[in-house]
Design a protein around this ligand. Structure first.
Ligand SMILES: [Zn+2]
Length: 649
C-alpha cells in the first residue's frame, strides 16, 4: 500500500508492517488477521500459566465436563459448554487486550535501541499462545465438540473457533510448536535481512519496484527483475523445514495438512477451496484474456520488440510477480489534492466519520480521538511510529483506534474512509449477541472487502461532487479510468487464486517434491498468468519464495482474491439494487438503506456462516459475476483494440 490504501494496496506487501504486526486487531491492506499474534513470540517451554476454565468434573484426563449434578447419567453438555465458554471468553479478552496494548505501543512509540516494548509484546503474545493452545483447553474443546448435537450453533461456532486458534500453538506438541516458531523467526530474519543489489549497489525492494514501474530499457529491466529474485535460493532450506513443521503442528489437532487448516477457517475443505478459486479464475478468464493480449501488444510496442511474444515476459511487467499492472496506464484525472490541501489535516478523518454517520452509524467513541495516533509525528519527536495505516480493536469492546499519518491529500482521503470501515465493522459486531471469540469478519476476506469498497465509493465522481470537492461537470476519460482499474484488479486474480493458491496447495497438501518447486511455480505462471521468465529458471532458483507471504503468511493468499470478489459483489448490489445507480458512478452518501445493508452484514461478526450472509444480503453465492459486469464496458473497447491480434490463452 503506498502505505495503506485501498486499491493500490493489493499487491505490494508492506514489508515493515509484516514484521511489526501479527495481530488480528490490526488491519491494513494485505495484512489479514489472525485471531492473535501468530508469529507470536517464542513460546517458552514451561507450562502455560493461564487459568484454564474448567467446568466441574474431577480429575480424569478424559472426563467430560460435567454439568449440574442431576442424578441423571446424561451430562448436560449445553450447560457445561456455556460455563466453559464464559470463562474462556473472559480470559481470551483479558490476554487479547494485553497483547494488543503491547503491540500498539510497539507500533506507535518506537524508541531506537530500546527493546522494552518488544519484550513486553513478546511476553504478552506468549501468554496468549500458551492459553489458547493449552492441553487442558484442547481436551475440553474436543470433549465438548464430540457432543455437538447437544449444543447450540453459537456454542459450536465458538468451540470450533477456539480449536482452530489452538491449532496454531497446541501445547500437546509443545516441542514442535517451539521449533516452528523458532524456524519462522529465522526465516523472517533471512527474508528481511537480505541485501538486494543492482548494478553492484545495494537497493531496497521499494527501489526495485520503482525501477520496474519506470525503466524503459528492456535489458536493464531484465537485470532488475533478476536482482529481485536473488533472495529465493537463500530461503529454500528454511521453507522446506517450515512445510514439515507447519503440517505437523496442525496434524496434531487432526487437520490433514496446513493448507486444509487454513481453508477450514472458511468452513471449507481444501478441495472445496480449490474448486472455489478455480471457479473464480474461470469466470474472469475471458476478461483476463483480453487484457493479456492487449498488454502483450502494447508492451511489445513500448519495448520495441521485433515480435510480439505469445506469453508475457515477466520482466516486462511493472511488478515483481506480474500481479498488478495498474501503472501501465496514467489517467489524467480529477485533481483532488489541491482542494484537500486547503481543508487541512483534520478534514479527511472527520469527513469520513460524517460519511459513516450519514449512513446511520453512530459517532465514533471519544476514546477513538483520544487514543488513536492519526497524524505524522513532529520532526522533533524523540520516538518514531509505524507509518502504515491500520485499524485496531484493542479490547474487543469499545476501545477502537487507528494508526495513520494523515495529511490532507487524495491518498489519505481514501485511506481514512478505508480504515474507518474496519473501525465501524469492529463497533458493529461488538454487541451482546456476538461473543468476543466471534468478533471478527464473517470470513478473513470480508473486513478488507468492506474497507476497500468504502474507499472506492468515496472516490467516485458523484460522491465527490456531492461534497463539493469537484465540479460536477469535470470531464474525465472514463475508458482510460476503467482500463486502469482493470489492470489493477483483474491480473491479481489469476496470480492470487491461481498461481499462489495452486502452488501452496501442491506444496503443503500434495507433497510437491523439493526438486520441482520452481518448475511447478513457472508452470502455474504460464497456465494462469500467461507469463514466462526471461531465461530458464531451474531448481537452483526458488522464485515463489521471493513472495513474502509464502514465507510468513502461508496458505491463505486466496483471502486477497476473495476480498476483491466480495468487494465487487457488495458494491454491485448497493449500486444497482439499493441506489439504482451506475456502479461506475455512485453516491452512497446519506443513504440509510445502504447503511442498514452494511450493518446487517457486519453485525453478526463471524457468528453466522459467511455464505449464508452473502446469499441473504445479495441473493447470490460467491462469484466473479459482479466483477466481470463492472468491467463489461471495457470488454467492448479491448475487443476493438485487439481486433486482428493473436490470442494465446
Ligand atoms: Zn484494510
Amino acid at each position: 500500500m503506498g502505505k495503506l490504501r485501498g486499491n493500490s494496496a493489493k499487491a505490494g506487501a508492506p514489508d515493515a508492517l509484516r514484521l511489526l504486526s501479527r495481530m488480528k486487531t490490526h488491519y491494513s491492506e494485505f495484512r489479514f488477521a489472525r485471531p492473535w499474534p501468530v508469529l507470536a513470540a517464542l513460546l517458552t517451554a514451561c507450562a502455560p500459566t493461564a487459568k484454564i476454565p474448567v467446568t466441574t468434573t474431577p480429575a480424569a484426563a478424559n472426563s467430560a465436563p460435567a454439568a449440574q449434578p442431576s442424578g441423571s447419567a446424561q451430562l448436560d453438555f449445553k450447560a457445561a459448554a456455556e460455563q466453559f465458554l464464559t470463562t474462556y471468553n473472559q480470559e481470551y479478552v483479558r490476554l487479547y487486550t494485553q497483547a494488543s496494548e503491547a503491540e500498539w505501543t510497539s507500533n506507535t512509540h518506537i524508541v531506537p535501541g530500546d527493546t522494552t516494548n518488544a519484550g513486553r509484546t513478546a511476553r504478552a503474545n506468549e501468554r496468549m499462545a500458551a492459553f489458547a493452545g493449552s492441553a487442558a483447553n484442547i481436551a475440553q474443546l474436543r470433549e465438548l465438540l464430540a457432543h455437538k448435537d447437544q449444543l447450540t450453533p453459537l456454542q459450536v461456532k465458538q468451540l470450533e473457533t477456539a480449536l482452530y486458534n489452538a491449532a496454531n500453538s497446541p501445547q500437546t506438541v509443545a516441542g514442535l510448536v517451539k521449533q516452528r516458531i523458532k524456524a519462522e523467526a529465522a526465516q523472517t530474519e533471512k527474508l528481511y535481512g537480505f541485501t538486494y543489489t543492482y548494478v553492484g549497489k545495494p537497493v531496497t525492494t521499494n527501489d526495485l519496484d520503482e525501477l520496474l514501474r519506470t525503466e524503459t530499457n528492456p535489458g536493464k529491466r531484465q537485470r532488475i527483475w533478476e536482482a529481485s529474485k536473488e533472495i529465493g535460493p537463500t530461503l529454500k532450506p528454511g521453507l522446506l523445514n517450515l512445510r514439515d513443521l507447519r503440517n505437523q503442528t496442525v496434524q496434531a489437532l487432526g487437520y490433514p495438512d496446513f493448507f486444509s487448516y487454513q481453508a477450514s477457517d472458511y468452513g471449507l475443505s481444501r478441495q472445496e477451496m480449490m474448486q472455489l478459486v478455480r471457479q473464480l479464475n474461470d469466470e474472469l478468464r475471458p476478461l483476463y484474456r483480453e487484457l493479456h493480449t492487449y498488454a502483450r501488444y502494447e508492451l511489445a510496442k513500448k519495448y520495441h520488440a521485433q515480435q510480439v511474444p505469445d506469453y508475457l515476459p515477466a520482466q516486462w511487467l511493472p511488478n515483481r510477480w506480474g500481479q498488478d499492472w495498474g501503472s501501465l496506464v496514467t489517467v489524467k484525472g480529477l485533481n483532488l489534492d489541491a482542494v484537500l490541501a486547503k481543508k487541512g489535516a483534520n478534514y479527511p478523518v472527520k469527513q469520513a466519520e460524517r460519511f459513516y454517520q450519514s449512513l446511520g452509524f453512530p459517532a465514533l467513541p471519544a476514546t477513538f480521538y483520544e487514543k488513536s495516533s492519526l497524524y505524522p509525528l513532529p520532526a522533533t519527536a524523540s520516538y518514531k511510529k509505524n507509518n502504515h495505516a491500520s485499524a485496531w480493536h484493542l479490547d474487543l469492546g469499545q476501545d477502537v483506534r487507528s494508526l495513520m499519518s494523515v495529511e490532507p491529500n487524495t491518498e489519505w482521503y481514501e485511506t481514512t474512509h478505508h480504515e474507518l470501515g474496519h473501525i465501524y465493522y469492529y463497533l458493529t459486531y461488538t454487541n451482546p449477541d456476538v461473543p468476543p471469540l466471534l468478533r471478527q469478519g464473517a470470513n478473513r476476506a470480508y473486513h478488507e472487502a468492506i474497507g476497500s469498497m468504502m474507499g472506492l465509493a468515496a472516490q467516485q465522481k458523484p460522491f465527490l461532487a456531492g461534497l463539493g470537492l469537484i465540479d460536477p461537470n469535470t470531464k474525465t476519460d472514463q475508458t482510460q479510468q476503467l482500463l486502469k482499474e482493470a489492470l489493477q484488479y483483474v491480473p491479481f486474480i489469476p496470480f492470487a487464486s491461481g498461481v499462489m493458491s495452486e502452488w501452496e496447495n501442491a506444496f503443503y497438501a500434495e507433497n510437491l517434491p523439493a526438486d520441482q518447486l520452481n518448475a511447478k511455480w513457472w508452470a502455474l505462471c504460464k497456465q494462469y498468468q500467461g507469463m514466462v521468465p526471461p531465461t530458464a529458471r531451474g531448481e537452483n532458483y526458488l522464485d515463489p519464495a521471493t513472495k513474502t507471504h509464502i514465507n510468513d503468511d502461508p496458505a491463505q493468499y486466496y483471502d486477497y482474491a476473495l476480498s476483491y470478489i466480495i468487494l465487487f459483489q457488495l458494491h454491485d448490489h448497493i449500486a444497482r439494487k439499493i441506489l439504482h445507480q451506475d456502479p461506475h458512478a455512485t453516491n452512497y452518501y446519506g443513504s440509510r438503506e445502504v447503511g442498514q445493508f452494511l450493518q446487517d452484514i457486519m453485525r453478526p461478526g463471524s457468528s453466522r456462516d459467511w455464505r449464508t450472509v452473502l446469499k441473504e444480503k445479495t441473493g447470490e453465492d460467491l462469484s466473479a459475476r459482479a466483477m466481470v459486469a463492472y468491467f463489461e464496458p471495457l470488454m467492448v473497447y479491448l475487443k476493438a483494440q485487439n481486433k486482428g491480434r493473436k490470442y494465446t490463452m
